[in-house]
Design a protein around this ligand. Structure first.
Ligand SMILES: Nc1ncnc2c1ncn2[C@@H]1O[C@H](COP(=O)(O)OP(=O)(O)O)[C@@H](O)[C@H]1O
Ligand SMILES: [Mg+2]
Length: 247
């Protein structure tokens, strides 16, 4: 196995708030790594820094050999993000949204067609491909958003709360899709759903108040905390974090 992402001592300060404090972790190529934490833990901030949408106050990350501080253009070429707030063009159809992104990435007509068709098949978007994105349900929009990230053939795919607000069936469907695409791409996802983290992740980092309090496989996190479920492990780890943070 080789290392896809090596994060060292990242820190992000906003004017009134330190969102992440000295976090370090690494992700093996071809695995799913989850940042698990409650709202405000610093998950989105971390992903925004790794994808170059936000600059760190300190620290660095190396993505497939390229530093986010020195080679951000290269990092952006090999990474893509499906953001927490789904960002599809509401007046374009599903197919047009996909073609639009392929065009931005400089794909020619044949490649655009090929990749668009592949995404429509992979995400089972056939029945909505001619529908405008604005009339789609949350689950369909989210699938489209992930397809729009994957169509660019990233080596690293970031999924920020991919199933937030979805019903149980849409969530299960997305889990199946994520399990399918993990064969092609290294995935970093964020979630506050324990079940989701456990089902999808090879390794999990538990974030509490901008810090990583524990990292390991779901089994290791349970063993470390002497618990039987990831939820109990999370609660123990989070309480430990809050004691350290002085809450
Ligand atoms: N642009 C910003 N300006 C100021 N504070 C921010 C900004 N973005 C995030 N924060 C703060 O940083 C902390 C971490 O936020 P975020 O990374 O969005 O957490 P999560 O994704 O885990 O819910 C929160 O307290 C949030 O309010
Ligand atoms: Mg977030």
């Amino acid at each position: 196995m080789s290392t896809a992402i090596e994060v060292s001592h990242l820190r992000k300060e906003f004017r009134l708030k330190t969102a992440i404090k000295d976090i370090s972790f690494s992700v093996e190529a071809g695995t799913v790594f989850s940042l698990l934490g409650v709202n405000g833990a610093g998950k989105t901030t971390t992903i925004r820094i790794l994808t170059g949408l936000s600059r760190p106050t300190a620290g660095d990350a190396v993505i497939l050999g390229h530093s986010i501080s020195r080679e951000l253009d290269l990092v952006k070429k090999i990474s893509n993000l499906s953001p927490q707030e789904t960002s599809v063009a509401s007046n374009l159809t599903v197919r047009e949204n996909l073609e639009f992104i392929a065009g931005i990435y400089g794909m020619n007509k044949a490649k655009t067609e090929e990749n668009t068709n592949r995404m429509i098949a992979l995400f089972s978007l056939e029945e909505v491909e001619k529908s405008k994105a604005k009339i789609l349900s949350g689950g369909w929009q989210r699938k489209l958003s992930i397809a729009m990230a994957l169509i660019t053939e990233p080596k690293i795919l970031y999924l920020d709360e991919p199933t937030l607000g979805l019903d149980v069936l849409a969530r299960k469907e997305l889990w199946n899709i994520i399990e399918k695409i993990k064969e092609q791409v290294t995935i970093v996802l964020t979630t506050h759903y324990m079940e989701e983290a456990e089902r999808l992740s090879d390794r999990i980092a538990v974030m509490v108040s901008g810090e990583i309090q524990a990292v390991g496989t779901p089994e290791e996190l349970k063993a470390q905390t002497g618990t039987d479920t990831l939820e109990d492990a999370f609660i123990k780890i989070a309480e430990r974090g809050n004691v350290v943070c002085g809450h």
